[in-house]
Ligand binder design. Structure first.
Ligand SMILES: NC(=O)c1ccc[n+]([C@@H]2O[C@H](COP(=O)([O-])OP(=O)(O)OC[C@H]3O[C@@H](n4cnc5c(N)ncnc54)[C@H](OP(=O)(O)O)[C@@H]3O)[C@@H](O)[C@H]2O)c1
Length: 247
């Protein structure tokens, strides 16, 4: 506690399950108000039960410019302003390049990359009002070669460069932009991998701490980046992976 984010307003895309849910929950525990945005309501009700009045669900498709613009306006309408945007919504479609279908490629590019751009683009006019901050969710796979994940790796690498460029462009408004790069979490899209004993045995050895991360552990790093404790952290990539040596 004591991160001094109380009363701030956040939008978390994909905030209805997995990592985004954990981020929304940690933000709420800090005393922030949160708009969770995704195509389906997921586990939103759990948050609403725990923090009634401080959390809202807004149906959103991050691949749609109109939908994302309406999302950012809704935060201002509901809670009186916008301070923090977490562009967390993402998808992963496996497949070596020869088998990777154009529609799977499109799903990753439009969600993981265009979705991140649209969030920044639509949020900046609101964030400028009070000098807010943006957190783009990347992955360890942005910087580690992973066979069968060319689309996912490429979109996450692009997210990190987008973060670096926009951090420089927006610094003059007092807007900080950082990326959060989790390793493998036992929830969300990491669940299947970590629950498959045979596969996980291979991956587990790569993590110095010998275990997958919990979504809440990555979410605490988002709390830090969103807070004034990170007031001089801008254009960075915060890796949260328990110490990772990729083969
Ligand atoms: N879990 C891990 O091990 C791990 C590791 C590194 C990085 N990450 C990153 O963490 C982020 C969250 O992933 P996760 O593991 O929590 O996966 P997840 O459980 O599959 O959650 C993804 C979230 O994104 C939302 N979403 C997907 N497409 C969307 C769209 N077009 N518009 C709006 N919302 C959309 C989903 O809701 P709907 O389907 O209802 O729209 C869901 O709430 C992703 O960017 C992922 O790449 C995860």
């Amino acid at each position: 506690m004591g991160m001094r984010s109380q009363g701030r307003v956040a939008v978390v895309t994909g905030g209805t399950r997995g990592l985004g849910f954990a981020i929304a929950r940690e933000f709420l525990a800090e005393g922030m108000s949160v708009v969770c945005a995704s195509r389906g309501a997921g586990d939103f009700k759990l948050l609403d039960d725990e923090y009634p009045g401080r959390v809202r669900y807004r149906q959103t498709d991050v691949t749609s410019p109109d939908s994302v613009a309406a999302l950012m306006r809704s935060a201002v309408d509901l809670f009186g302003g916008l301070d923090v945007v977490v562009a967390n919504a993402g998808v992963n479609r496996d497949g070596k390049v020869e088998r990777l279908a154009p529609e799977d490629w499109d799903a990753m590019v439009s969600t993981n990359l265009t979705g991140v751009y649209l969030c920044t683009h639509a949020a900046v006019p609101h964030l400028r009002e009070r000098g807010g901050t943006i957190i783009n969710v990347s992955s360890s796979m942005a910087t580690r070669v992973t066979v069968g994940a060319a689309g996912y790796c490429a979109t996450k690498a692009a997210v990190e460069m987008f973060t670096r460029v926009t951090a420089i462009e927006l610094g003059r408004y007092g807007i900080r932009v950082n990326a959060l790069a989790p390793g493998i979490l036992s929830e969300g899209m990491g669940k299947e991998l970590t629950h498959n004993d045979k596969v996980w045995e291979v991956y587990r050895k790569r993590f110095a701490l010998g275990r997958a991360g919990e979504a809440a552990e990555a979410a605490r790093a988002a709390v830090f980046l969103a807070s004034d404790d990170a007031s001089y952290v801008n254009g960075g990539v915060l890796e949260v992976n328990g110490g990772l040596q990729w083969a």
